[in-house]
Design a protein around this ligand. Structure first.
Ligand code: MG
Length: 391
């Protein structure tokens, strides 16, 4: 049954939140007139509200696929790329070849140097929507299309401890531990007493069985990172994330060689072309692809690269309404070496109301594990509440 893409639409969704991402405002931080904060710890721009870009593809036969990408900063850039570049190219095209379409869209802009950034974010949303559409049309989950589901549940680690003091952060982690979670990642940039004191207190509070990870937020030179990570090792650090600037391939490789725990990275990398040189330089022991930036086609290819080079995959979880999260669970469930998936407690649970299952079971995260939806496509679709936000 042939079909054609009739319409591609992008929507910016904004969801207010009580406490800004990375916790309350700190010294020297303020909200600017566009609602952004420059976090002094890592010199990075964050919005005060959660934002996302939702993408909808409709076909001539009346089928719909849903995708999503990052919208936390300048979401109108993605919307403009959809309207001006992507939608006119896709209209009239057979939607049943997501990977082929992804390659064709990538080629449209590659000689101009658009290898990443907003252009690839846009392609991620389109790719997720096309896989969703194909799964719905065939009546199977995306994981089936990708070769089959290996995991029905995925271990989830608690990411970020958004409390003002170390004592409160330890108590916060212990609350999650009491709910059955076993893995915890702290952000070194907001560890006021230093990363070593942070892990020492967490280890004491959580006991010997907890897995404790540190996100270093790209802040250090290689020698600094090596010294810092070595000081955390006696407290049984599980992995060190993003130790150096994203571009510093040699520096990160030096860190990976110089410490006794795996280096984790990848949330900011969108295609295999960005992953391959870092893998070849042996920068990482753990890969953290972010579905909202890679889309399904690149995520699966990155997973294959990691598989071929004995790198474990622990996918990143970004701020979103739940659609790219569902895509991440679908693709992750097919991976062999998958010790953890990140769990953004302040985003995943409050936003579950924005999606509903396409089958009988919704996605969930409880007692330390994600469970996957059972319906076709992504397994979730926008709820009435989200559809109202898109209107
Ligand atoms: Mg991170």
């Amino acid at each position: 049954m042939s079909d054609r893409i009739e319409k591609v639409s992008a929507y910016v969704v904004e969801i207010p939140r009580d406490v800004p991402y990375l916790g309350p405002l700190r010294e020297g931080e303020h909200v600017n007139r566009r609602g952004y904060i420059v976090r002094q710890g890592n010199r990075t721009l964050y919005p005060t509200a959660d934002r996302s870009v939702v993408l909808r593809i409709d076909t001539e036969r009346g089928l719909t696929g849903w995708g999503e990408t990052y919208g936390i900063v300048a979401p109108d850039a993605v919307r403009a790329i959809v309207e001006d570049v992507v939608a006119p190219v896709l209209e009239g095209r057979d939607p049943s070849a997501p990977a082929v379409i992804h390659e064709d869209l990538y080629d449209l802009m590659r000689v101009r140097g658009f290898f990443g950034g907003f252009y690839l974010d846009t392609l991620a949303a389109v790719d997720i929507a096309l896989w969703d559409l194909l799964g719905r049309r065939l009546g199977v989950p995306v994981s089936t299309l990708l070769g089959g589901r290996r995991h029905d549940r995925i271990a989830a680690y608690v990411s970020g401890l958004p409390r003002a003091t170390l004592e409160e952060r330890v108590a916060f982690a212990r609350d999650w531990q009491a709910k059955g979670f076993r893995g915890f990642k702290f952000a070194a940039v907001v560890a006021d007493d230093g990363a070593e004191a942070e892990i020492a207190a967490l280890r004491e509070g959580l006991g010997p069985r907890a897995e404790i990870m540190a996100d270093l937020h790209w802040r250090h030179t290689a020698p600094e990172a090596i010294r810092l990570i070595r000081r955390m090792e006696p407290h049984r650090l599980a992995f060190a994330e993003a130790p150096c600037a994203p571009e510093d391939i040699e520096g990160i490789a030096a860190v990976a060689r110089g410490v006794g725990v795996p280096v984790a990275l990848g949330e900011e990398l969108r295609t295999v072309f960005e992953w391959q040189p870092r893998i070849a330089a042996r920068c990482l022991g753990i890969g953290q692809p972010e579905m909202g930036r890679t889309g399904i086609t690149e995520f699966v290819r990155i997973g294959a690269l990691c598989h071929a080079t004995h790198i474990a995959v622990m996918p990143h979880a970004a701020i979103g309404v739940g659609l790219f999260m569902a895509a991440s669970l679908q693709a992750s469930s097919t991976l062999q070496k998958l010790p953890w998936h990140e769990y953004q407690h302040s985003i995943f649970d409050p936003n579950l109301r924005l999606t509903q299952p396409t089958g009988t079971r919704h996605m969930a995260c409880a007692a330390g594990f994600y469970t996957l939806p059972d319906g076709p496509g992504l397994g979730v679709e926008p709820s009435a509440e989200m559809l109202a936000l898109l209107a």
